[in-house]
Design a protein around this ligand. Structure first.
Ligand code: NAD
Length: 492
């Protein structure tokens, strides 16, 4: 299957997707650029409160007309299965749009992201008739039971790093639980989510159950959070924005928020005789994948001193073996960062780390090679002090610090972060040690002998501390979009 394509031949739709169709509304124009070459891909408008009001009205109307929340669960599932099938049918187009507009590589978007997005929809469709309550112990003549009910309209706001999959982690469980959805795309990568909303309409999802609005965070995003008829907000993005959303939700009628926020995740490597090359591949991939624009990015390597030099040499060799290039070329292995602004932010943080005393082992500059696009070189830093920028701040780029340790207690102490607690990993053959580290690290997700999620849908995603609270995916991921009701019946 040839995946490479000419981006100038792929067209995208740019309105808001409200009430089952594309709608143009007045608003500030936002030009969306392709990160691989900086050329325009399309335009959207900042919908603001007017677009959100219209989407909420469409959602309310759809819930009333379709009876979505009260529908037999298998019937709801049937419609979501059709939605998943439509996504698969259009996987090539969706994968191309994703690759054009984001840092995702075409080698992974058609057969990976698009198919996985369909899988997420199908996974939650299967939950439609498996949301159960309990009957509690009560005195004779009474019956008490709990049930899970939807919120009505769920609001969702997503970032740009995995635009389709992150969105599906929210709209699929919200819909399966019986809600309607009003969600905002990232202003940097709106088109693939808009195309997914079109798939939903084509598959027969009642019009108005999935609405996608475009715009800036402080206008359209804030209007979703503040809307009195939206019952819950599920957000993925930076810790700073998460805090603003939590405050706004508290001041606009009290509504629950699910916050999937930033990270500064450690990966610990112990002595592993005979395995170093395989480990170096995993370690290098864990900070270079998607050009480091992954919330769970392994940005801090903590390695046993006796193998540190060998591992670093092997990882450095892997950083030299990358093939940067346009995201629409199937031979590209290293992506650009999403925007010139994000490129400058990464570079400023790296230069600040150096000013604070960090030693550059490689990178710390624009990548030689592609003369267009925002390509930042894979960067390894040593001597990063715990109280400096390099340790504290999330870079969200292909940058990793390296710190040697002698005793595992030292490694555990080094792994703890003052702000973040999203994820951590340990590469070791010693299971006892692995379990000790898994117990001790302050993180919502831990991996042993890998770093980063597996495609399995059952693994819940979510952080601790400044990395947020609440879960995406797994059973917990759909339960977030339900609220529990306790019913008491007195039969006497
Ligand atoms: P961001 O916080 O700048 O923006 C995320 C979304 O929030 C965008 O759609 C933006 O328009 C919107 N937004 C911004 N300000 C808002 C406001 N005041 N009110 C409402 N909405 C607002 O994040 P980003 O730069 O798009 O994404 C990168 C960040 O996302 C990183 O910190 C990364 O770690 C995090 N992230 C976390 C996870 C996770 O699962 N924990 C996954 C992916 C990305």
């Amino acid at each position: 299957m040839v995946l490479t394509f000419n981006p100038d031949t792929v067209s995208v739709s740019s309105g808001h997707h409200i009430g089952g169709r594309f709608v143009d509304l007045p608003g500030e124009e936002i030009v969306v650029l392709r990160p691989s070459d900086g050329r325009p891909m399309g335009t959207i408008t900042d919908g603001g409160a007017a677009a959100v009001d219209r989407a909420v009205a469409a959602a309310k109307d759809a819930l009333a007309r379709s009876g979505w929340a009260g529908m037999a669960p298998r019937d709801r599932a049937k419609i979501l299965f059709a939605f998943a099938a439509k996504i698969e049918e259009k996987a090539e187009y969706l994968g191309r749009v994703e690759a054009m507009g984001s840092s995702r590589l075409i080698s992974g978007t058609v057969t990976g992201d698009a198919v996985r997005t369909a899988g997420v929809v199908r996974y939650f469709a299967e939950y439609c008739d498996k949301l159960e309550g309990i009957v509690t112990a009560t005195k004779a003549g009474t019956l008490s039971y709990t049930r899970r009910q939807p919120y009505g309209i769920a609001g969702a706001i997503v970032p740009w790093n995995f635009p389709m999959i992150t969105a599906a982690w929210k709209f699929a469980p919200a819909l399966a639980a019986g809600n309607a959805v009003v969600m905002k795309t990232s202003e940097l990568t709106p088109h693939s989510l808009l195309a997914l909303a079109e798939c939903a309409a084509e598959a027969g999802l009642p019009a108005g159950l999935l609405n996608v609005v475009n715009g800036w965070g402080h206008t359209t995003g804030a209007a979703i959070v503040a809307h009195p008829e939206i019952g819950i907000i599920s957000f993925t993005g930076s810790t700073q924005t998460g805090a603003a959303i939590m405050a706004l939700a508290a001041h606009s009628g009290i509504k629950p928020v699910v916050l999937e926020l930033g990270g500064k995740s450690p990966q610990i490597v112990t002595q592993n005789p005979g395995e170093m090359d395989a480990i170096a591949t995993r370690v290098a991939n864990a900070f270079m994948v998607n050009a480091g624009q992954v919330c769970t990015l392994a940005s801090r390597l903590i390695v046993q001193r006796s193998v540190a030099d060998e591992l670093i040499d092997r990882v450095l060799a892997k950083t030299r073996a990358i093939k940067p290039g346009p995201t629409w070329d199937e031979t590209t292995t290293f992506a650009p960062v999403i925007s010139a602004k994000q490129f400058d932010r990464i570079d400023a943080l790296v230069q600040q780390s150096v000013a604070d005393g960090a030693t550059v082992l490689t990178g710390a500059s624009r990548l030689d090679g592609p003369n267009q696009g925002n390509f930042y070189a894979p960067t390894l830093l040593a001597d990063v002090g715990r109280d400096t920028t390099g340790f504290i701040q999330e870079f969200f780029g292909p940058v990793m610090s390296v710190t040697p340790y002698d005793e595992i207690e030292e490694a555990i102490a080094e792994a703890q972060h003052p702000i973040y607690g999203l994820s951590a990993s340990i590469h070791t053959q010693d299971l006892k040690l692995a379990m000790k580290v898994a117990d001790a690290v302050e993180a919502g997700m831990v991996w042993v002998n890998q770093h980063g999620r597996d495609p399995e849908f059952t693994y819940t995603a979510g952080g601790w501390k400044g990395s947020g609270f609440g879960k995406d995916m797994g059973r917990a991921g759909i339960e977030e979009f339900t609220r529990q009701k306790a019913v008491w019946i007195n039969t006497l």
